[in-house]
Ligand binder design. Structure first.
Ligand SMILES: [Zn+2]
Length: 255
C-alpha cells in the first residue's frame, strides 16, 4: 500500500532512519570533554560564555566553574564586557562533589563550563573524565596551554591526554612582529623571565588576582607593578625580543 492509497499514513515514514545493528543509538551514551586553548587575550572566556548561552537556549542546564578568574571574584569575565557568575574552584575541590551538591539542590547538570582550566589539578581533570563517562555530562574547558616557561600547565597537559576534542581558539593574537602569538612571556624590566613560580599571585596592587592571565590589569591597575605578560611568537619568545618599543603592546597595531 502506498501513502496515496492510505491517506492516514505518515508520509515521512519513508525517510525514517531504520535502526540497524551497531547504530550509534545502541552505544552507551557518554559525555564529551572538549578543551579550547590559546594564549592570553585570544577570547577564551568570551567563547565560554557564548557556548553557555547557546546551550542554555537549547534548554540545557549547566554549571559555570572557574579557577583564578582574573577579576579575583568567582565569575567568568570576558574582556569584551560580558560577565557571568561562576563557582570558584579551589585546588582541592572535588568536581564530583560540586555536581552532587547541584543535584541535591534539584539542579539538573547537562554540562560543565570550566574557565582558566589550566589551573585545574591533574586529579580534577580526571574527575571531569569520570563525570563525562559516568554521569554523561558534557565538559567544556577553556584555558592556556603553556606557562611563561613555555611548559604545559599540569592541568592543560592532563586535558590534552584525556579530552575527546581539543582545538586552538581561532581568535588569533599576534606577536609584535605580526606572527601568531603562542607564548605568554613573563616580563620584568623589559626582560623575559625564564624561571619562577608558575602562577604569580598578588603582584598587582589590586590584590590577589593572579596576573598569569591578566597582563592588562597589571599595566593599568598600578604603576608599581614590575611584572607583566606579553604574547610573543616562538622566535621572539626564544630570543627574548620584546620588539622595538620594548615595554610596548603585546599586539601589532593595525591602524
Ligand atoms: Zn614575533
Amino acid at each position: 500500500m502506498t501513502a496515496l492509497e492510505n491517506p492516514g499514513a505518515d508520509p515521512t515514514d519513508a525517510l525514517s532512519p531504520v535502526p540497524t545493528w551497531g547504530s550509534r543509538r545502541d552505544l552507551p551514551s557518554v559525555g564529551q570533554i572538549k578543551f579550547w586553548y590559546g594564549p592570553m587575550d585570544c577570547g577564551k572566556s568570551t567563547l565560554a560564555l557564548q557556548i553557555d548561552h547557546n546551550l542554555a537556549r537549547q534548554g540545557r542546564q549547566g554549571l559555570l566553574l572557574v579557577r583564578h578568574d582574573r577579576s579575583g571574584a568567582p565569575r567568568i569575565t570576558s574582556r569584551i564586557g560580558i560577565t557571568r557568575q561562576a563557582l570558584e574552584l579551589e585546588g582541592d575541590t572535588d568536581l564530583r562533589t560540586v555536581v552532587r551538591q547541584a543535584w541535591a539542590q534539584g539542579t539538573h547538570v547537562d554540562y560543565l563550563i570550566v574557565d582558566e582550566a589550566q589551573f585545574l589539578s591533574p586529579c580534577q581533570v580526571e574527575q571531569l573524565g569520570e563525570l563525562a563517562d559516568e554521569a554523561r555530562i558534557d565538559v567544556y574547558c577553556f584555558g592556556i596551554a603553556t606557562d611563561f616557561r613555555s611548559r604545559l600547565f599540569p592541568g592543560a597537559q592532563r586535558l590534552f591526554e584525556l579530552a575527546d576534542v581539543f582545538q586552538p581558539v581561532q581568535v588569533e593574537v599576534l606577536c609584535w612582529c605580526g606572527l601568531p602569538g603562542r607564548f605568554n612571556a613573563r616580563v620584568r624590566d623589559d626582560e623575559v623571565l625564564r624561571s619562577g613560580d608558575t602562577v604569580v599571585v598578588a603582584d598587582t596592587a589590586a590584590g590577589d588576582a593572579p596576573v598569569e592571565v591578566n597582563p592588562g590589569a597589571t599595566r593599568s591597575r598600578t604603576e608599581t607593578a614590575t611584572i607583566r605578560y606579553q604574547v610573543l611568537c616562538r622566535r621572539h619568545y626564544r630570543l627574548g625580543d620584546l620588539g622595538p618599543t620594548g615595554s610596548g603592546r603585546g599586539q601589532l597595531r593595525l591602524t
